[in-house]
Write a protein that binds this ligand. Structure first.
Ligand code: ADP
Ligand code: CIR
Length: 346
């Protein structure tokens, strides 16, 4: 147990450093959840990586109560969501008003929407035991390989995959990377690569990551900008999986995830989009993104850089807004960015 306020937080710009005062540290440092998850476990990623944006992870649903003084502040800052707000889910694609914002295919290379899910009544990946992790892999992959029609596919365990195959799946944006230092320090890479893997259909438009940052990441993706088609496939897949797997869900916090930025819908809807002119005007790019509640990432996942003027644009808010609203946020942001990119290209 860390007895002393961590020195590395001094000067860090993470939300952890912003909200964990020495007084709060004293108040929380000896607390633990019934799975034995401590404050030191919750903050280790941000302590080891002072360049974190957030810096904390939960070990279980109870972490959000036991360490509420810290988590509530971070949740409020990131999502603008407070104790009195309510989370409401809406996974109905008919409520989405999002025609392809780039019907000529000039800007959007691909669209991807993912949700994180964790299995109810067991710890999150940060505090899970080896046999629990293995059971998830066994149970969930069994459900997935029973799917038919356009969702039918195969499960590829990581510990049985060649380095060449995993590298090409990563490069093509289908598979998670190994060795993420933020996840490593959060305890999410324990016993790697065992019980990790990816399920995908033949077209690689429906994919499920098993036992990465969340126990399940359910993904729908395809080339181009047909956001509604991607969302419709995702919601169909979620409904199918939910027939056999019970997910951790809380009335207030929505779907429970290891990173507090994913709470609520746990949904990130993104496009890979060519915006070279805006890329030369990063201040303006960021201000349009902020105004529309979208986040700018590089094209090889979080903490990566842009390549060739291509960016990953996604919804920032996930809690206190429905799934449909999350996708709508991304859509509205993308429409505004394309409009400005066109003006800058005149
Ligand atoms: P997350 O799984 O939380 O959404 P990452 O930012 O790590 O987080 O992205 C995971 C992978 O998905 C990366 O390989 C990334 O390049 C890929 N990806 C994200 N959005 C798109 C998109 N719209 N089109 C193609 N690949 C994408
Ligand atoms: C960080 O704190 O930078 C990492 N733990 C990742 C946080 C999740 N990122 C995000 O903004 N959604």
């Amino acid at each position: 147990m860390t007895e002393k306020y961590p020195d590395s937080l001094k000067g860090s710009k993470s939300l952890l450093a912003k909200y964990l005062t020495p007084e709060m540290f004293e108040e929380l440092k000896d607390k633990k959840t019934s799975n034995g998850f401590t404050l030191s476990d919750a903050i280790n990623s941000g302590v080891q990586n002072p360049d974190s944006g957030i810096g904390v992870y939960a070990g279980d649903e109870e972490s959000y109560e036991v360490f509420a003084p810290l988590f509530d502040k971070i949740i409020e800052d990131y999502h603008g969501f407070t104790k009195n707000d309510k989370h409401i889910s809406n996974l109905n694609p008919n409520d989405l008003d999002a025609l392809n914002p780039d019907s000529n295919g000039e800007y959007i290379l691909s669209t991807r929407i993912r949700v994180g899910r964790n299995v109810a009544d067991i710890p999150l990946g940060t505090a899970i035991l080896k046999d629990q992790r293995q059971k998830i892999e066994k149970d969930v992959s069994k459900v997935l390989i029973s799917f038919s029609g356009s969702l039918a596919g195969k499960y590829y365990p990581l510990n049985n995959m060649s380095e060449a195959d995993s590298q090409s799946l990563i490069a093509e944006h289908f598979l998670f990377k190994a060795g993420d230092r933020f996840l490593e320090a959060a305890g999410l890479n324990k016993d790697w690569p065992n019980a990790r893997g990816i399920f995908h259909n033949d077209d690689k438009t429906f994919l499920v990551w098993i036992n990465e940052e969340d126990e399940l990441r359910i993904i729908s993706m395809q080339a181009g900008g047909d956001i509604k088609e991607v969302f419709t496939r995702l919601t169909t897949a979620i409904a199918e999986i939910q027939k056999s797997v019970k997910f951790a869900y809380d009335e207030h916090l929505g779907f429970i995830t290891s990173c507090p930025t994913n709470l609520g819908t746990a949904l990130r809807a993104s496009v890979h989009i060519k915006l070279p002119k805006l890329g030369e005007n990063m201040d303006e790019f960021k201000s349009i993104a902020d105004k529309h509640n979208v986040q700018i990432r590089g094209i090889h996942g979080e903490h990566s850089d842009s390549e060739g003027g291509v960016y990953d644009i996604s919804n920032k808010r996930r809690l206190g807004v429905s799934e449909v609203e999350c996708v709508q946020d991304m859509y509205d942001g993308v429409v505004a960015l394309i409009k400005r990119e066109k003006e800058l290209s005149l």
